[in-house]
Design a protein around this ligand. Structure first.
Ligand code: AMP
Length: 438
């Protein structure tokens, strides 16, 4: 018999976990829709060549296989490349700029670790077809709004621009070709520290003077305006870097105007972001309570969709990693922890009361109260225990005496109280009390 075992790096999510995961997804959906984003869903499987050639070094992580007809297929690596395909494929139906959100699993053949899986769920938000810095600002604002709504303490969104790193590489005397090595080395800054990055730079052929210059520049810290002013001075003469700095200033002005608290973001010239398709602003949210890595990140990728569409379609987006958010929320004890979806449990007194009890349960549900019904009449004590064991708060009893009096007994299992309520009004009274938080 094969082992009863799920595949390594892929997880089962039992109900307690799923309830928190759904809370996260519902929160993100609500905030996305508040900003007018529209849902999109695409298949998990794409033609392998759709994904190939877009991910740089990470391409080796793509799961590839052949189907029965010998077609080369792949599991999607993220939801960004499929978005690029959709944008090109349905160009005539999509009005740009288009704000879309998408939620679903992605697959990467990574080495599994805490917070890193081979199947993981992402919630993506993108604004397709706008180069406006207000689009970047809106995405970052949503990121901050969402982390605050989920209750993350002390999070900060780090902002940078690919052309600031490009400028740092250029003023340090490196060729355009060598800049890729600089991105990759700097990307590891928070993991391996300044000395580690220095060693990586030297290994990639950068000389000592250039490595020191790069390290000095990427470590500039301070309030956004100060960091940008310092960079402006140090990168003077590099037109692309200066344009990038102006662009980041416009994004930050947008964030301020959108009311994003100033302590929720920072300019960090050391932020590179791994994926090769970013072209402009990049960002990543971190919290000191999760030193293992970023909570999530994103950026502007103006060329990727063009690979499919044949014309330039500037786009900015981000991907919330649901698994990582969930892991950190569990560790920091954030978010609600319901033990079940039901609030009420309707007991079955005896066979004669089954019909009335089912009708009561239907009324409670119609009033918006999630309700479980017992499946076997008899022994009420056992039924109360069952309700309590499941974490259902209220147990309702409709026995012959209650029916004769036109009442329902409502037992609050968490508070250890019970009340007789009029049968005709019980659903609305409970609904009202529950919405008031009683
Ligand atoms: P990326 O598509 O690499 O920009 O990742 C976006 C977000 O997805 C990351 O910040 C993580 O939260 C999440 N993520 C990426 N890779 C994994 C993984 N292997 N396991 C779990 N979450 C991941």
């Amino acid at each position: 018999m094969p082992a009863i075992q799920n595949v390594k790096g892929m997880r089962d999510h039992l109900p307690a976990d799923m309830m928190l995961r759904q809370y996260i997804v519902n929160t993100l959906t609500r905030i996305s829709e508040a900003h007018g984003f529209e849902p999109l869903q695409t298949p998990v499987i794409e033609y392998a060549e759709t994904l190939e050639g877009k991910l740089g070094d990470d391409e080796k992580l793509i799961y590839r296989f052949e189907d029965h007809g010998g077609r080369r297929l792949a599991l999607r690596y993220d939801q960004t490349v499929p978005l690029a395909r959709v944008t090109a494929q349905y160009a005539s139906q999509l009005a740009l700029p288009w704000r879309r959100y998408a939620y679903g699993p992605s697959y990467r053949g990574e080495r599994p670790a805490r917070g890193r899986y081979r199947e993981f769920y992402q919630f993506d938000l993108d604004i397709v077809g706008s180069a406006s810095p207000l689009a970047d600002a809106e995405i970052v604002a949503i990121l901050c709004e969402a982390l605050a709504a989920l209750g993350f303490p002390d999070f900060v969104t780090l902002l940078n621009h690919r052309q600031i790193i490009g400028g740092i590489a250029r003023v340090s005397g490196l060729s355009e070709a060598a800049a890729g090595g600089v991105y990759r080395a700097i990307d590891k800054f928070d993991k391996i520290g300044a000395q580690g990055v220095r060693a990586e730079l030297l290994k990639s052929g950068v000389d000592e003077a250039a490595a020191d210059r790069i390290l000095e520049l990427v470590q500039i810290e301070g309030a956004p305006a100060e960091v940008l002013a310092a960079l402006e001075q140090r990168l003077a003469g590099d037109e692309r870097a200066l344009a990038a700095i102006a662009n980041l200033r416009a994004v930050i002005a947008g964030l301020t105007a959108m009311g994003v608290p100033a302590d929720q973001y920072r300019v960090a010239p050391r932020l590179a972001r791994g994926l090769s398709y970013y072209t402009g602003v990049v960002f990543e949210a971190i919290t000191p309570h999760w030193p293992e890595g970023s909570l999530l990140g994103g950026g502007r990728y103006d060329d990727l969709i063009g690979l499919f569409a044949g014309r330039n379609i500037p786009t900015v987006g981000l991907a919330f990693g649901i698994d990582r958010l969930h892991d950190v929320m569990l560790e920091l004890n954030l978010g609600p922890r319901p033990r079940t979806t039901a609030v009420a449990f309707v007991t079955l007194f005896g066979p004669e009361q089954v019909a009335d009890s089912l009708a009561l349960a239907a009324e409670l549900r119609a009033a918006g109260i999630n309700t479980l019904i017992a499946l076997e009449p008899g022994n009420l004590g056992k039924q109360f225990k069952e309700a309590d064991r499941r974490g259902v708060r209220l147990a309702l009893v409709l026995g012959p005496d209650e029916i004769a009096r036109g009442e329902v007994v409502v037992k609050d299992l968490q508070r250890g109280e019970q009340h007789a309520l009029p049968r005709a009004a019980v659903a609305s009274l409970l609904a009202e009390a529950l919405t008031e938080g009683a």
